[in-house]
Write a protein that binds this ligand. Structure first.
Ligand code: PA5
Length: 440
């Protein structure tokens, strides 16, 4: 089981810059309302909770076919339709393409260089293209899909569409052309969809058990049914970041996993937290980081810079492998390292960084992960999703929409000539006029 240690967030441990038990207790009514909102599904989009009990047989069947028939698996998607799969790939099959087939590529941008590079190293005839988009219409994903569709000369059997069961242009095209399809439940939004076929198909394709991911999520779910804040890790995680933001003006949270494999997890979390809560002038800013690497890049700022941050460490108990540092150069200043191991060193660095921050009253908390596997990754996904939804209740914002992202999409549609978006094109052209005055 994961453990959330938030001692270094509390004033009893780090002094006046911490949060007092009284501050936490004062939120009791809000917490009770949030718990009620979650239990009674105040928002339909809380349907991500139901993913833990989904039937994975169709996902497994399609994954088996892909493994049999493909050398490469190319996922096209963006935002919530790509960051989750990326996290699963990196965490559970690091350096995948150097070790295993099918090789996996995730194209989540419209940078022509990247797609050109991908297409230059894969044999398209032996590639399965998984088009992942909840709306079925996102410009970036649709553009790359159209390119691949033409390159594959319409070979329907090479495509798997993961999209809404009924709505959206991709669903219609998939039915007409006869693509294999997987459905994202209608009420599950992009950034809460990693445990749907969005992430689970890729998991099975790379040999990771979808059921284990769901089992981990289910156990975290069961733990988080607890209404009492002090016993509920998701509620406590959300509450602490919320209190640090609104009461202590620490409106930046930095997620620092001490594992290369979990770097994409912090990027996935950043999208989840930012897009869900950054509304109505509220929300704290998440930024992804990496231990120990960023101790040599960011730590100075965290220690002595503005008092506006909370650091969230992710510590790994067991890396699954370890490498001993040989006892060489004994009579030199580096001799002390010999005989220890890399996991000892990385854990010592994590603990030291926690302590340095705590000593100067800089709040931080630590999520302890026993081992990086599907079960514990499932727990992490669920913990962060529930904590974010819960924080939405505390902030009083809808954590499931993204109105401002939609506006950007609409301007792009206008510029690219989509019918019905002519006024958006006119707005862009007008704005261009204003941008001509100050240029160097
Ligand atoms: O969380 C969200 O809803 C967004 O980040 C979407 O995932 C992103 O915009 C991509 O949308 P879609 O899956 O509809 O292509």
């Amino acid at each position: 089981m994961l453990e959330l240690n938030f001692s270094n967030m509390m004033s009893e441990v780090i002094g006046e810059k911490g949060i007092s038990e009284k501050q936490v207790e004062a939120l009791k009514d809000k917490v009770a309302k949030a718990h009620d909102g979650i239990s009674t599904r105040k928002w339909n989009e809380l349907a991500f909770i139901d993913l833990i009990k989904q039937d994975t047989s169709e996902i497994k069947k399609i994954a088996d076919d892909i493994k049999r028939e493909s050398e490469s698996f190319l996922l096209l998607g963006i935002g919530g339709s790509a960051l989750g799969p990326k996290t699963i790939l990196e965490a559970l099959s690091p350096m995948h393409n150097l070790k295993k087939t099918p090789k996996v590529f995730i194209y989540d941008n419209v940078d022509p260089t990247t797609l050109d590079n991908i297409m230059s190293v894969i044999d398209l005839e032996k590639t399965t293209v998984n088009v992942v988009t909840k709306s079925g219409s996102t410009a970036e994903t649709m553009a790359s899909f159209m390119i691949l569709y033409e390159k594959l000369k319409g070979h329907a059997e090479r495509f798997v569409a993961t999209t809404d069961p009924e709505k959206g242009p991709l669903r219609k095209i998939a039915s007409e052309k006869g693509f294999r399809t997987l459905s994202i439940p209608p009420a599950v939004g992009g950034r809460y969809s990693v445990l749907s076929p969005v992430g689970l198909l890729l998991a099975e394709v790379i040999g990771v058990s979808a059921d284990e991911l769901l089992q981990g999520a289910k156990e975290m779910h069961d733990r988080c049914l607890e209404p009492e804040l002090w016993k509920n890790p998701a509620y406590m995680f959300g509450t602490l970041l919320y209190l640090m933001d609104v009461e202590e003006k620490r409106n930046i949270n930095v997620m620092v996993p001490y594992s290369d494999r979990l770097k994409p997890l912090s990027e996935w979390f950043c999208q989840l937290w930012a897009e869900s809560l950054g509304k109505l002038g509220m929300g704290s800013t998440p930024y992804p980081s990496l231990g120990t690497t960023d101790q040599h890049s960011q730590l100075q700022l965290w220690m002595e810079g503005p008092e506006d941050k909370v650091i969230v460490f992710i510590k790994i108990d067991d890396y699954g492998v370890d490498i001993k540092i040989p006892e060489v150069f004994k009579d030199t200043p580096i001799g002390y390292l010999g005989g220890h191991s890399l996991s000892e060193l990385i854990n010592a660095e994590e603990e030291s960084t926690e302590l340095c921050l705590a000593k100067t009253g800089r709040p931080n908390m630590t999520l302890k992960v026993p081992v990086i596997d599907a079960y514990h990754l499932g727990q992490l996904f669920y913990l962060f999703e529930l904590a974010t939804a819960f924080a939405g209740f505390l902030y009083g914002v809808n954590p499931f929409n993204q109105p401002s992202v939609e506006e950007g999409k609409n301007f792009t549609y206008g510029m690219m000539g989509r019918e019905g978006f002519e006024s958006k094109k006119a707005e862009v052209e007008q704005a261009r006029q204003k941008k001509v005055c100050w240029r160097l």
